[in-house]
Design a protein around this ligand. Structure first.
Ligand code: PGA
Length: 257
């Protein structure tokens, strides 16, 4: 049985007191009561707050703390960077890799993303791998081919055992932070397509057990209709994850699926 997952991506938001307040609001909400092995919550805070977030949430077994990135080398003279093994050593369990903002603003190409995935796996971090097309590709109706290439160059290079540890997030770039969510049909189409690609590459068992999350202006109003789709196993939430009440509503709509 595959897991339903709601992941928060705080991006570069919240100062320290605000971050602690948000974590505490989540911990004191209905969220921990609703999580389970098959209904997980992941919170990707800025690096600065990771250790504190890990300590605060350590009594909540299905609530995980993630980094938003890691470096593609194992350790060394890379000023200002953070290695997967450093994240592992402070109790972080997941890492977002390949977010479109990292691809666009930090020139992260597929080759580097594959190295990051391998670093993460080597250090027992679960990669939450993002894919998704820009607006011009969607308008040209070549989004499926585009996503197929993104996956072929990265996670499909892994062996089946490693791939089974990956969570995929489909995030159409035109929907991120724009308030313009993909329609339920648009999202389901791509999710079903991704699952079919996984089936062709790794077989039905692995495909049926891979969680594929939707991201891009997912919010308290639209989450339940997106999560009700057969191939949508939760969401990667940016803006709406910064408001405790909205994030709680989103998580609760996933736990009823
Ligand atoms: P958004 O961001 O929910 O603010 O659109 C999603 C993401 O970038 O992961």
């Amino acid at each position: 049985m595959r897991k339903n997952i709601v992941a928060a991506n705080w991006k570069m938001n919240k100062n320290h007191p605000e971050a602690i307040e948000l974590i505490q609001s989540i911990l004191f909400s209905q969220i921990p009561k609703k999580t389970s092995t098959f209904h997980q919550v992941i919170i990707a805070t800025p690096y600065l707050y990771l250790r504190e977030a890990v300590l605060l949430s350590q009594d909540f077994p299905h609530l995980y703390i993630a980094a938003q990135n890691c470096h593609h080398q194992s350790m060394g003279a890379y000023t200002g960077e953070i290695a997967a093994q450093q994240l592992e050593s402070i109790g972080v369990t997941h890492v977002i890799i390949g977010h479109s903002e990292r691809r666009a603003y930090f020139n992260e190409i597929d080759e580097v993303l594959l190295q990051k995935i391998k670093q993460a796996l080597q250090h027992h971090l679960i990669p939450l791998f993002c894919c998704g097309e820009p607006l011009e590709i969607r308008e040209a109706n070549t989004h499926l081919e585009y996503i197929q290439t993104q996956l072929a160059n990265t996670v499909f290079q892994l062996n089946p055992k490693d791939f089974s540890n990956i969570i995929i997030a489909y995030e159409p770039i035109w929907a991120i932070g724009t308030g313009q969510t993909a329609t339920v049909a648009q999202a389901q189409e791509v999710h079903a397509f991704i699952r079919k690609l996984i089936t062709d590459k790794f077989g039905t068992d692995i495909a049926e057990n891979t969680s594929i999350l939707y991201g891009g202006s997912c919010n308290a109003q639209n989450a339940s209709s997106l999560f009700a789709q057969k191939d949508i196993d939760g969401g990667l939430i940016g803006g709406a994850s910064l408001i405790a009440k909205d994030f709680e509503t989103i998580v609760l709509s996933n736990t009823t699926q």
